[in-house]
Ligand binder design. Structure first.
Ligand code: GUN
Ligand code: ZN
Length: 435
């Protein structure tokens, strides 16, 4: 039996701070996490828990560090790693100029595997332990990703992109082929180890109505599958969708008509939504993945988080690399704060932390397994060093509270803050240099 315990300051959410306030989280300044066979056995105060441990349990001392659940990135593109931070374009020309040419390379398994490995390295060194991931249209890109994720025992959700128009021929396929190829991948990977499959139509402009129907049929066949797509990211895109689908009431209606909405549907962005779309999202329990870094980088617009929360829309957080320019969910929380500031609103640090951990788990229907370090949950957790840089150390000395510490980490921190990442209780990444 593998059993170990970790001594550190420990923070996790049990609920949403924006709804229930301080009752939503637990903070053990002197805490202990006890892990057995890859799962959480107990979590609590060091003084209470340590004397109850069997003598065989080794205690690893991370005093001075903050231990939290691993971050969950609910929208990211692994094939876009090589083209991150590409200059001078907004969504539609960015796709044509950089994204489509890059994605053409993923027909080749060996190349896809090389990028998948680099991508998973980046996730782990940024403290991200699970993600909802776009591959490309090529089945080899999905094979490569799941193979790499499975070898690392990661909990990951991904899928083959569906597209049949408005892109180079090498990225398009017939709806019939898309159906069979997807079915094949679902059979091979969905539910294998910690992996799950997301039906992934790129966005409405890339898909004919027939292809969207294919996505709907795949989803209908198995209620445990996910739906992952983009929605109303830029105003030019919204206008284009209105031209392409004149019969639809609005952008989201295109997806609703194909049967794509529900509690396991995650739609990235959703910045430019009318009232009817908001009601449809709320009614169907679909999730919007807010990707602030991407929205700022592509100049797409400002996500009206407050308005959506008031309408009962489920919200999560994503990096959207490569339109997002950082793998860090800390920086992503900082960007989310900035996006709210630009609208005269605030995002409280504990709410941002919730979105990056338990909120992400809930968005992906994984809250039983992940996100709050509760007994029986999978032991994917990270250690953050609040003094990772000289500036952080100076600021940390002035910290007033755990919320204040979270806030400064979000605004000043990045991958350097992540001292270690554990997957199922095993060390998966450790920072080389500490200061
Ligand atoms: N809309 C359709 N495809 C994409 C993509 O790859 N990235 C982003 N940010 N938006 C999209
Ligand atoms: Zn995206």
């Amino acid at each position: 039996m593998m059993t170990q315990a970790y001594r550190a300051s420990i923070l996790y959410c049990l609920d949403e701070p924006a709804r229930v306030g301080a009752a939503a989280y637990r903070y053990h300044e002197e805490g202990l996490l006890w892990v057995e066979n890859g799962r959480v056995r107990q979590v609590g105060d060091y003084a209470q828990l340590a004397p109850t441990l069997p003598t065989s349990v080794e205690i690893i001392d991370y005093s001075g560090y903050l231990l939290t659940p691993g971050f969950i990135d609910t929208h990211v593109h692994y094939p876009q790693l090589p083209m991150i931070a590409s200059y001078g374009a907004q969504l539609l020309d960015w796709l044509e100029t950089y994204t489509f040419p890059t994605e053409l390379g993923f027909a080749e398994y060996d190349y896809a595997l090389q990028i998948a490995e680099a991508f998973l390295d980046e996730l782990l060194r940024n403290g991200t332990t699970s993600a909802l991931v776009f591959a490309t249209v090529h089945p080899a890109s999905v094979e490569a990703f799941f193979t790499a994720a499975q070898a690392r025992k990661l909990r990951m959700i991904a899928g083959k992109v569906l597209m049949d128009r408005h892109a180079p021929a090498g990225l398009c396929e017939e709806p019939e082929t898309a159906y069979h190829t997807s079915q094949d991948l679902i059979q091979r990977w969905h539910g294998q180890a910690r992996l799950a499959y997301a039906v992934t139509p790129r966005f409405a402009p890339s898909c004919s109505p027939e292809l969207l129907d294919v996505a709907g049929s795949l989803l209908q066949a198995d209620s445990s599958l996910y739906l992952h797509t983009h929605l109303a990211e830029s105003t030019a895109e919204v206008r284009w969708v209105a031209e392409l689908f004149p019969g639809a009431q609005h952008y989201l209606d295109v997806y609703e008509r194909a049967g794509l909405l529900g509690a396991r549907s995650v739609l990235a962005h959703g910045i430019h939504l009318c009232e009817g779309a908001c009601q449809q999202l709320s009614r169907t329990s679909s999730v919007l993945a807010h990707c602030p870094s991407s929205n700022l980088f592509l100049g797409s617009g400002l996500f009206p988080m407050r308005r959506y929360q008031e309408q009962g829309i489920r919200i999560s957080l994503g990096t959207d690399v490569g339109a997002g320019t950082s793998f860090s969910m800390l920086k992503t929380q900082g960007d989310a704060y900035r996006v709210q500031q630009l609208q005269g609103e605030l995002l409280e640090p504990m709410q941002a932390f919730y979105l990056a951990t338990l909120g992400g788990a809930r968005a992906l229907a994984l809250e039983q397994q992940l996100g709050s370090l509760q007994p029986g949950q999978e032991a994917d957790f990270i250690l953050l060093d609040p003094q990772a840089t000289p500036l952080l150390a100076q600021r940390y000395a002035q910290s007033q509270s755990i919320a204040d510490t979270l806030f400064m980490l979000n605004l000043l921190g990045d991958d350097r803050v992540i001292a270690a990442t554990y997957i199922l209780g095993e060390l998966a990444w450790k920072r080389a240099v500490t200061c």
